[in-house]
Design a protein around this ligand. Structure first.
Ligand SMILES: [Zn+2]
Length: 317
């Protein structure tokens, strides 16, 4: 049997299937078209799945379950999307709509939870308590406790990007000020890089931005690796910001692992080593045994649909 997973994002919808061993059998992607109704979009997703199965020589009758991750709040027990502003959905009976096409169990939950579950399944070590932190436009989070996704009473647990770290800080989209994601997301890193270039015309940072014609999360990292002073200052400041929320997560949950995801996590040890140095300054972290280990993600863009597929598979081997 095969387990289908769908990662419903604001830009793309990825879908794929895994087998009993959790191996990816097929995957594909379509653009998210916000002008379409949810019924039209589900129809497009179904066509995508049918196409993927046909190309891979699989039979649709071999689908055991379908899972979907959405960028918003869900009532996973009733298969409802309560609110997903990114894709313009409010109170959408998503599971029922999918069941019109496939007579299998359908699971709906938050996309960061799915990504967390996907990455959790690919860990080398067995662990019960893991927090997944994904760095992108904002900071997303997914909490795995006792091997299960922890959704909270209302399905919105794990919104760690909105941990306040500055009382009178920058305004956040959520309406608060000083949220962690305003300081430690990739968008924040980009803003810090731009600001540095403006304040230091003629610096290596300013020159690189001019040469590249663009600034990204990689700009400061690649300069820092070359030994550029500006690059080092920006990366070091950003890592300090990153450590603030990570320390909060550790002090609150003491998970066995924190997995850092998002494209920027490909920087690997260039993030992990200085991050650990910052965290070591925290007294609690220093004084306890069995310290939380911090690792980077493995699945990247596949984590969402793999995790969604695993919702139906139940136990992770
Ligand atoms: Zn916020």
């Amino acid at each position: 049997m095969f387990y289908v997973g769908i990662d419903f994002g604001g830009t793309n919808i990825k879908a794929g299937a895994i087998n009993e061993n959790g191996r990816i059998i097929c995957k594909g992607m379509i653009k998210t078209e916000k002008s379409k109704t949810y019924r039209e979009t589900v129809n497009d997703i179904v066509e995508l799945i049918k196409g993927l199965f046909k190309t891979s020589g699989l039979d649709l009758s071999e689908i055991a379950s379908i899972g979907m991750g959405v960028p918003g709040t869900c009532d996973s027990k009733r298969g409802l999307i309560l609110l997903a502003e990114n894709i313009g959905y409010e109170y959408v009976p998503m599971a029922d709509e999918i069941k019109k096409y496939f007579d299998v169990p359908v699971y709906i939950t938050n996309d960061a939870n799915c990504a967390a579950y996907g990455e959790y399944s690919k860990m080398d070590d067995k662990a019960d308590d893991v927090v997944f932190v994904t760095l992108g436009t904002g900071i997303g989070g997914g909490i795995i406790l006792n091997g299960k996704i922890f959704e909270g009473k209302n399905g919105t647990a794990g919104e760690i990007g909105h941990i306040p770290i500055e009382k009178n800080g920058e305004k956040c989209n959520c309406g608060m000020t000083g949220c962690w994601e305003r300081y430690a997301s990739v968008s924040a890193l980009v803003r810090m890089t731009e600001r540095y270039a403006q304040e230091h015309p003629g610096s290596g940072v300013a020159k690189k931005i001019e040469f590249d014609g663009a600034v990204s999360g990689k700009t400061a990292f690649s300069l820092a690796k070359e030994g550029d002073e500006g690059g080092r200052v920006i990366v070091s400041e950003w890592i300090k910001n990153l450590s603030q929320g990570i320390i909060t997560v550790i002090n609150m949950l003491q998970p066995e692992y924190i997995i850092i995801g998002g494209g920027i996590s490909r920087e690997g040890d260039y993030i992990l080593n200085p991050l650990l140095e910052e965290i070591k300054k925290d007294t609690y972290y220093n004084s306890i045994e069995n310290k939380t280990k911090i690792i980077t993600a493995k699945l990247f863009n596949d984590a969402g649909f793999v995790g969604a597929a695993l919702l139906g598979k139940g136990e992770i081997d």
